[in-house]
Design a protein around this ligand. Structure first.
Ligand code: GLC
Length: 571
């Protein structure tokens, strides 16, 4: 096992790329992506510039919830490869400087997990108390149903032992009983197994739901925090440089306790920000973004938000009010097939009507707002989705590598693929694929690569403070990112028209401005008010250079005429 060294809070500096192993590359031609395939594509991932991989569940499972229905926590699903393949994958990723984040599904198992098989066979099974049972489905009535399209209750009747069992997700995924100390011990063993194998982080699935308590919503209970703090303490003791990421789809004030005092999770998703990025760009209005970030409390200094545009689930609309939800549904999911539960099952490019300017702008927001960005596989080439596939499968289709058979994903017969590839004339693999896009400097892939490279050149994006600049023009979202003496000014035009804006830059009077992509110098900030003009959906990433450094840079620029490899800006 090779380990990666670096700052213990490395998770503030990475860009995460989310991958379902089954969807990436099929090395053994059976129609399902696998670890050997993923290993082969690590160079692609490295070239993209991302620095961490988050793998969706890959252990043994009947795959009725794509692996979140765990049958075994530590055996690799045979379609994806062997434990040796996983070890080789982690080593190769680490050799390339890539961190590996995998899943920890704490809340539930599959109904086919041997614990549940035994528990459901007899009330006297030693595993009976691993799950939550009741004689009546009336218990915990204040609890909402998450998969509201498929489940009518959080209780399901188990005929053999004549009791109901509790589940927050699908009925085939019984919730574990965290009141039982043995369950806690089992899950701690799982954590140590994966960290022992060398993964750098665990994304802890469905964390708010671990405990149940009558008269509550059964979410975010204090017992959950007590358990997570214990888990964290054990991780810190044995694996001090690893990371825990909370999936808690909640309002910022309810997520805050998951950071504890820096003694619970290192990271948590910022769920409420995501739908507001989609509202802001649709309404050409900066307020949804400013409002939610203004309401976001400060988090402990070692902690970090994880931010994202799309992922493997529906674009969840739980963290918006009814009006906002209706707006998002009517804007982005007119076709009822695009809706699932309380969300929208579509990918980024179709949501943006395949408008390159909007896709790039969304990436500009993702890469410059505070937090660690997560990219979803395939969105870097603008892949489409397939609303004809059930559940969330339409956003989990095979990666499109080339215009070859099956999009270059697999040599199997098309009918043997785990999912059809996208075939329509706009998003089909014949048109949208890595090979085509690698050829053109301004393709979506190469544009995003460049944006990632610029983001990675300045640590302030992952670590700096955020200060909004206010102006009369609500279509413009402008902010400083500041870390010590390093400052970037980001200006985004959320509208489909050219816009001009006057910003008060008095805070940085005397600084010079350099555009971060091409290193083009802009005029010096001589006066407080500074005027910018932006193209439709255009954006600027500008580095502000203090006067002393400007002079040094001028001197360097003069000498770099003979040393072209020297860069003008050292942000
Ligand atoms: C998480 C996963 C989702 C899964 C659910 C139940 O929300 O992101 O894909 O279905 O947990 O395990």
């Amino acid at each position: 096992m090779t380990a990666l060294h670096g700052a213990p809070d490395w998770y503030k500096d990475v860009i995460i790329y989310e991958i379902p192993v089954k969807s990436f590359f099929d090395k053994n031609h059976d129609g399902v992506g696998d670890f050997p395939g993923l290993i082969e594509k690590l160079d692609y991932i490295k070239d993209l510039g991302v620095t961490a991989l988050w793998l969706l569940p890959f252990t043994d499972s009947p795959l009725r919830d794509d692996g979140y229905d765990i049958r075994d926590y530590t055996t690799i699903h045979p379609s994806y490869g062997s434990m040796d393949d996983v070890r080789r994958f982690i080593d190769k990723a680490h050799d390339l400087g890539l961190r590996v984040i995998s899943e920890l599904v704490l809340n539930h198992t599959s109904r086919t997990h041997p614990w549940f098989v035994s528990a459901a066979s007899s009330r006297s099974s030693p595993y009976r108390d691993y799950y939550v049972w009741s004689d009546t489905p009336e218990k915990y009535r204040g609890t909402r149903i998450i998969f509201s399209d498929t489940e009518k209750s959080n209780w399901t009747w188990e005929p053999r032992t004549r009791q109901y069992y509790w589940h927050r997700f699908f009925h085939h995924q019984p919730d574990l009983n965290f009141e039982n100390p043995k369950v806690q011990e089992e899950l701690l063993k799982v954590v140590k197994f994966w960290f022992g194998l060398g993964v750098d982080g665990l994304r802890c699935d469905a964390v708010p739901y671990l405990f149940e308590r009558e008269g509550t919503s059964c979410e975010n209970l204090p017992e959950t925090h007590t358990f997570m703090k214990r888990l964290r303490a054990e991780v810190d003791r044995e694996f001090p440089d690893r990371m825990l990421l909370a999936e808690a789809n909640q309002w910022p004030q309810d997520v805050l306790p998951y950071f504890g005092e820096g003694d619970e999770f290192h990271m948590a998703y910022h769920f409420p920000l995501m739908p507001r990025l989609f509202i802001a760009i649709a309404k050409s209005d900066n307020r949804p973004i400013i409002d939610i970030l203004d309401q976001t409390p400060k988090i402990p200094s070692a902690c970090q938000w994880a931010i994202f545009l799309r992922n493997h689930d529906e674009l969840t609309l739980e963290m918006v009010n009814d009006q906002e939800r209706d707006y998002l549904w009517s804007t982005y999911a007119q076709d009822p097939r695009m809706r699932l539960n309380i969300g929208i099952r579509r990918r980024l490019a179709p949501l943006m009507q395949n408008d390159r300017r909007k896709i790039d702008l969304m990436h500009s927001l993702l890469l410059t707002l505070p937090g660690t960005p997560i990219l979803y596989y395939g969105d870097e080439i603008g892949m489409g989705d397939n609303v004809h596939l059930g559940d969330r499968n339409g956003v989990r289709t095979p990666m499109q590598w080339s215009s070859d058979k099956n999009g270059g994903f697999s040599r199997a017969n098309p009918s043997d693929l785990y999912s059809p590839v996208i075939q329509n004339p706009i998003y089909g693999y014949q048109v949208v694929n890595v090979e085509n896009q690698a050829r053109f400097p301004t393709s979506p892939l190469n544009t995003l690569r460049q944006m990632i490279a610029v983001r990675q050149s300045a640590r302030l994006f992952g670590r700096g403070e955020l200060h909004f600049l206010h102006s009369k023009n609500r279509s413009i979202l402008a902010y400083f990112r500041e870390m010590g003496k390093d400052v970037a000014l980001i200006i985004n035009n959320l509208s489909d028209r050219a816009e001009s804006v006057t910003l008060d830059l008095s805070r940085y009077r005397g600084y010079s401005i350099v555009e971060m992509f091409d290193k083009t110098p802009f005029p010096l900030i001589a006066r407080a008010r500074f005027h910018f003009t932006l193209s439709p959906y255009g954006f600027f990433w500008l580095s502000l250079i203090p006067p002393a450094r400007t002079q040094r840079n001028h001197a360097r620029a003069a000498s770099s005429a003979s040393h072209p490899e020297r860069r003008l800006i050292d942000s």
